[in-house]
Ligand binder design. Sequence first.
Ligand code: MG
Ligand code: MG
Length: 631
Amino acid sequence: MSGKLKTSIATVSISGNLREKLEAIAAAGFDGLEIFEADFIADHGSPRDVGDLVRDHGLEITLFQPFRDFETLPEPARSKAFDRAERKFDVMQELGTELVLICSSVHPASLGGIERAADDFHELGERAAKRGLRVGYEALAWGRHINDHRDAWEVVRRADHPNIGLIVDSFHTLGRKLDPDSIRSVPGDKIFFVQLADAPLIEMDLLYWSRHFRNMPGEGDLDVTRFMQAVMATGYDGPVSLEIFNDQFRGGNPRTIAKDGYRSLVALMDDVTRAEPDLSVNMAVIPPRVAAQGFSFVEFATRGAEADALRTDLSSLGFEKVGKHRSKAASLWQQGDIRIVVNEETKGHAASSWHARGTCVCDLGLVVANAKSAVDRASALGADVFLQPAGAGELAIPAVRGLSGSVLHFLDDSSDLSQVWQLEFSAEPAPAGAGLTHIDHIAQTMSYEEMLSWSLFYTALFDMTKAPMFDVIDPDGLVRSQAVEAANCSVRVTLNGADSHRTLAGTFLADSFGASVQHIAFATSNVFETLEQLAERGFETLPISPNYYDDLAARFDLSDDLIKRMQAKSILYDQEDSAEFFQAYSRSFGGNLFIEIVQRSPKYKGYGAPNAPFRIAAQKRLSRAKGVPKT
Ligand code: MG
Ligand code: MG
């Protein structure tokens, strides 16, 4: 067994110039990178300078690529292809890398034939060996004669040269629906390199799909884990490298995308080990995915008049203040199992969140089985551990930084953490309030480009699955919505990706400078009774157009009486296989946010997506009305 498993990423996977890419790749924690010729053609430095620059960042060049249209050409093109190869070898030696990728030919003049290809590779192997270089052969899914890794392997096998090996790429195998288990019969030392990419299942031209829609393992629909199990079963111990062509990533933040890549690789190799424990994967063992058991608390950063307004909003929702922090300007509000911390500190994370965004959700707390192991997994996946000096009488609650500056805390049943509310807030027992029992879901908003980063964050760290993506029609654009859900649905988060700043979600992002939590949905077992009680406390629901209820009568077989009762309280309705869902919204909450109140039958799995356009239209009507000066 050789050293630790090496992680690598192709420079094409991220945006920026070469120097920006190197910084992002090194910061994310990779050991090396695949370099593309275009990277240093565009750079001012010579190949030798570029090689030194890479090594200065603590990285190694794991692969030089691509070399195209090499094999099975007739003369004189064949000789020219060998000349081209010699020139690439010169560049590789300057760069200081010893492995080149040759992808299967798409050249119209190429003749094909396994034996002819094997002869060409044998001769190339002789030339590479003289310089101490190696050549890997990859079957492109759209290769003219070779488009299957099994045929590429047959070429390599017959070439029978120690400097010629196979390169496998999950996209080319899984994208063509080839059985990855066929890789298991290749000797591990003949696989020179492994490239990984996932992709969403979309029916389209293979080449176009590959060049524009690849994404990180775990972000798409391909079974990259099974592919990688097959590779590791051969005894392969070379680098595992991401090769992701994706238009969004090319326009994205290189640091974020590189971090996502590293996160996806660590999670993938962990999945491989768990799926097939006999495999020898030379990587540090990390704790398993975290089973989130529920939301423990939601913390708001707020101040002054905004804090007064937030407290009024909380009272109108039936929350009561049950404790005040011993040493901080923070209070605890509770109802049922829902805890809201109102933090008015002028120092620390909450204060800086408030300065950046106004009143916003700055921290989320999740109940897990083992808080320390949750932090350990998160940090193995590249998340930053959140450390804020604990003041007198404060517990250090294990926490990590999520995306968009948010902080995620983990609480478990261990002695101290389970006592945190008594220890820090001397909390009184929770009131029953208006019947809100727990948090049904939290809705986070981000730009559409960031959605994959968020869903990967949740699905790599937690034992969570992605629900299908929905398009929500906002009158001013499209919002894409996808839920990530813990196995027992004890924690649900909906991710909303806004395309345009004119959508409601987009306006929220712009007005709150990228804050993430846009609404919180509280559950009740009786939405009618709860709203009745809330009305007495001054809570106002978002008014819904009467037309909605006419339409409801047409869509579902509901009694007139039920429809009338829903209309009277502005309750929206949905059904899945006779499982029912009721939802109502606040007009606003804590300034930029809003609250949803839901009653769901256990079998209802959705979030009322068909109602979203009506809700958004109502919210926009309301904000326009507010914007008109009163005369
Ligand atoms: Mg490839
Ligand atoms: Mg919702």
